[in-house]
Design a protein around this ligand. Structure first.
Ligand code: GDP
Length: 196
């Protein structure tokens, strides 16, 4: 139980405000509403560690949580709000790209995608940036409970085929915060990044 009892440490407005630390860091990213906050809460065993249902368009902060083993979990703001002005979006993308490609203690990216629509254009952009670093990307196909077992099998197979066509060291799994399904698999993969 890698994520259990993760503790909130700090919120910052921009990735360059993150405290410098030699401790390994794992970033969580995803389209807004994909289920990232729910996934973090589920992994941490908290109900409200990361807030669910944020106001769209509001300035969102980057939250850093400290895991028991000393590693950091960096919760990046959800992307894909249509209402955000283009200039703000561009500036934010620049900061995000810089963080993802340059942060030395960042060991891997957990990419949260709604199982019903994986690999949107912005998800592919995240993969394109981070994939070039050679560091691993683990994708959680969330809200899997909204699909039948048959559909889950197909979605996972199709998403794996799609991931194989992208540049990056990408793994994928199904996840459900509602059913608490997939927790051990995330812990195994991310734990492997922290203790290779
Ligand atoms: P975020 O914007 O990516 O942080 O997404 P949230 O965690 O706030 O979730 C967005 C919406 O999806 C909320 O209404 C959640 O209750 C719902 N949701 C999140 N995860 C799941 C899940 O695993 N199953 C189901 N059925 N709903 C979920």
């Amino acid at each position: 139980n890698l994520f259990r009892h993760a503790a909130f440490e700090i919120s910052v407005a921009s990735p360059d405000g993150l405290p410098f630390s030699p401790a390994p860091e794992v970033a969580f990213a995803g389209r807004s509403n994909a289920g990232k906050s729910s996934a973090i809460n589920t992994l941490a065993g908290h109900t409200r560690l990361a807030y669910v249902s944020k106001t769209p368009g509001r300035t969102q902060l980057i939250n850093l949580f400290r895991l028991k083993n000393g590693a950091a979990l960096v919760d990046l703001p959800g992307y894909g709000y249509a209402e955000v002005p283009a200039a703000v979006r561009r500036q934010w993308q620049g900061l995000l790209e810089h963080y993802l490609t340059r942060r030395e203690n960042l060991v891997g990216l957990v990419l949260i995608m709604d199982a019903r629509r994986p690999f949107t254009d912005l998800d592919r952009k995240m993969v394109a940036w981070f994939g070039t670093t050679g560091k691993p990307i683990h994708c959680l196909l969330t809200k899997a409970d909204k699909l039948t077992n048959q559909e889950q099998i197909k979605v996972l197979r199709d998403a794996k085929a799609e991931a194989a066509s992208l540049v990056g060291n990408i793994t994928l799994q199904l996840f459900s915060s509602l059913k608490k399904k997939g927790i051990e698999e995330v812990e195994k993969i991310v734990g492997g990044w922290l203790n290779p």
